[in-house]
Structures are given as C-alpha cells and as structure tokens.
Ligand binder design. Structure first.
Ligand code: PLP
Length: 410
C-alpha cells in the first residue's frame, strides 16, 4: 500500500495557475527524446530518504538518484551551501580561479593522497579525462602506448570512448565504428590482466566493485594484485570510483578497503550529493595535462564545487563512515533473512547492495515495490540494486525490507 502523506513543504506543482496541471504536463513527454521509459509520475520534492510525486504519494527512496544523493534528498548542508554560493558567485569562467575550487582541490587531493585534481560535471567526463591522461602519459613515457585493459561487464559512462571502454553486454554493437584501444578481461581475475599486457598497454581501469553490473565484489586482494602488476610493468592503475567513492562502501574510497592507491582516481555521483560535479585525481607520475589538453565551460564552477565541499565535510567524518558500516550490516542481516525465504542471492558492501533473483523478474518486483511506495533499481533482468542515503535509518531499512517482502510474495 502506498503512503500518501503530505510533503514536507506542502509542495504544490500547481503553485502557478498559468502553468498546465500535472496531468497535462505529462503530455509534454512527447517532446522529450525517448531515452528512458518512465512511469506517469512527476517527482516534485524530497527530504532525506523520501521523495513525493505530483499526486502526493510518498516513496522510500533506495535509489537516491542512482547513488547520487549521498546525504539523502535536499540535506540542509547542501541546500545552505547552494544558497550561499548562488547569491555570491555562480560562475566566473574556467579562465579564472575561484575560491571554492582552490579550497576543495586541496581538501580532496589530501584525502586521496594524490597530487592533483581536475573537476568536471559527470562521471563520464571524469573517466574521459582519466583515459586522456593515460594516452598522454603513454605518449610521453611509453613510446606512444595507448591501450587500456578494462573488464567485462564494467560500466564507465556513455560517451563513445567510454562505451568502447565499458564491458556492458550489447554495447559492442551500438554506434559503430567503435573507438579502438581497449582490451577486456574477466572482472576479478588478475591473471587475465597479466596475460593481456603488451608493449602498447598503458593502463588498467577498474571499478573496485562493479556497480551497474549488479554490485559485483571482486575476490579479496584483486586490487592489490592489479597494483602490483601495474608497478611491475610500469602501467597506470585507474580506479573508477564514480559509484563506490565518497563513503558509499564504508570507507571514503572503496580502494582503501584493500589499502590500494591508484595512479588515477575518478569520482562523481555522491561527490556532489545530487549536484552534477565529478573529479579526476592523479598522482605526480600520471598528472601530465598542460593547458589546452582538457577543460570544459562548467568545469570547477563555484556553485557545484561549493555543493561538493558541503557534502565532503560530512562524508569525510569518521562518524558517518562508521554509520555506513553499521547500516550496511543491518541491511545485510535483514536482507539475508528475506533472501533465505525467497531463494535470492545477496552481494555488496557498505550501502551498495544487489539482490540476485533466480529468474528475470527484477522489473516486475521493482514495479511492485514502486506501487508499494519503495524505489529500487533493476539494472539487469535478474538484479535489484539498493543504494540508499548514507544517512538511512534503521527504521527506514526495516520499512524497505517489509515493502520488498510484500513485493516478492506477489
Ligand atoms: N562510472 C561508474 C562506475 C558508474 O557507475 C557510472 C554511472 O552509473 C559512470 C561512470 C558514469 O557516470 P555519469 O552517468 O555521471 O556520466
């Protein structure tokens, strides 16, 4: 049963009577390029773990904008930072310094133990920059080497280069011709990486936990083995932490679970807590851009960086990371019981989890959850992914499990 509580601010989509009513507004869908199938609902406001649609229905949100709203919907820190920065300086052009960018560069680089950062607007843009760094570095230090080893089922973004880098099934056929320079090996298998290293290889690029593939956790030691291989063969290790970074798995960066420091680290999603900002960080060895190599109109703009700083001030605190671990343990315990009853698999870490269904009914279950007032994501036909706010409460976890169990029984 859906809850139909009034929203925190009693938000009304019809505040302006000259605007079309919500039902008519939905007809405007025909004017949008159809890149996603969406239910006939308009999401109008959110607070913490909840989001409300235009009919007043409230949903418990375990998707959070695809692991983006790290502190939940409209957290006060983020709102305050945006308001303050918006009334001070929104953008100055990338040709000038701005104080939030300078401050945040130091904070983030020190937290990661790397040398330099470049800010961008999406995970894909950060990963593109990582690949450019690798190719440039190959040209400078590896006799023109350019090849990057990536993994099957990986997801690095939707630009043409990143579709070639990613191992998402079906993408090989799309938008030919494919960009060359990528070799794919099975995820979690460092021997397979070793076997594909050749003179043209310059880097190995992995997600510490594959997110979009369905929260696939590699064997213990995998990242350490990749680090050792990269050191032995003079290659760059690129960790794509767009999904796993910024506290999502219980440490600031998931690579820290294995004590590994990559040469290049990419961040996005939770970095801005819902605001589009991303980052590519590199150590001294890999940080080889010179003016002209990389940039973008909105890169490092003060508004987005002020937002990211406000989120970082929270997620870099040991207390919230400890809470992610504790909430993750509760989620695992509660889901394990449901898994036993319904014959499901479970995998994940911190507050990034996937349920593996025995058959291809993930969309059906997600849709039953939606009708029950719960948002879950179905990234594959047999997979459900959970990525709640890092501030999710025990009660909200219990509420989620109760709705999910009802949906599974249907
Ligand atoms: N890398 C990883 C690991 C991701 O999960 C995603 C998005 O899901 C991306 C990169 C792309 O990020 P964006 O959609 O912000 O371009």
């Amino acid at each position: 049963m859906t809850s139909s509580l009034s929203s925190p601010s009693n938000f009304s989509l019809n505040a302006d009577p000259s605007e079309p009513p919500p039902q008519a507004l939905l007809l405007e869908e025909a004017q949008l390029m159809r890149v996603a199938a969406r239910p006939p609902r308009i999401m109008v406001c959110g607070s913490g773990s909840y989001i409300w649609d235009h009919t007043g229905v409230r949903y418990l949100d375990f998707v959070q904008g695809w692991a983006v709203n790290s502190l939940g919907h409209s957290p006060p820190e983020l709102t305050a930072a945006l308001l303050e920065q918006a009334s001070t300086l929104v953008t100055a052009s990338p040709a000038f310094h701005n104080a939030p960018q300078l401050r945040f560069a130091g904070e983030l680089v020190r937290a990661a133990g790397l040398a330099q950062v470049h800010f961008a607007n999406s995970g894909a843009e950060a990963n593109e920059a990582a690949l450019k760094l690798a190719r440039k570095w190959g040209r400078l230090h590896r006799g023109g080497g350019y090849e990057v080893i990536t993994t099957e089922n990986s997801f690095h973004g939707r630009t043409l280069a990143l579709m070639a880098a990613s191992g998402k099934p079906g993408w090989d056929e799309l938008f030919p011709p494919k960009m060359p320079g990528f070799v794919k090996v099975p995820f979690g298998d460092s021997a397979a990486v070793a076997a594909r290293i050749r003179p043209e290889t310059v880097a190995v690029m992995v997600e510490p936990i594959q997110g979009e593939a369905g929260v696939v956790v590699p064997p213990d030691g995998y990242l350490r083995e990749l680090r050792a291989l990269c050191d032995a063969h003079d290659l760059l290790l690129i960790c794509d932490e767009v999904q796993t970074g910024m506290g999502r798995t219980g440490t600031l960066f998931a690579s820290q679970h294995q004590g590994v420091k990559p040469d290049i680290l990419t961040l996005g999603k939770g970095l801005g807590g819902g605001v589009p900002v991303s980052a590519v960080l590199a150590n001294e060895r890999a940080s080889c851009f010179v003016p002209g190599d990389q940039g973008g109109t909105y890169n490092g703009n003060p508004l987005m960086i002020a937002a990211a700083r406000s989120v970082f001030a929270v997620v870099s605190e040991p207390a919230i990371l400890a809470r992610v671990v504790a909430a993750g343990a509760r989620l695992q315990e509660r889901l394990s019981a449901a898994c036993l009853e319904h014959g499901l698999g479970l995998r994940g870490r911190g507050l990034l989890w996937a349920l593996v269904l025995p058959d291809a009914r993930a969309e059906r279950v997600a849709s039953a959850c939606f009708s029950g007032g719960l948002l879950l994501n179905a990234p594959r036909p047999n997979l459900l992914r959970l990525m709640p706010s890092l501030r999710v409460s025990d009660l909200e976890i219990d509420e989620m499990v109760a709705i999910l169990e009802r949906a599974l029984r249907n």
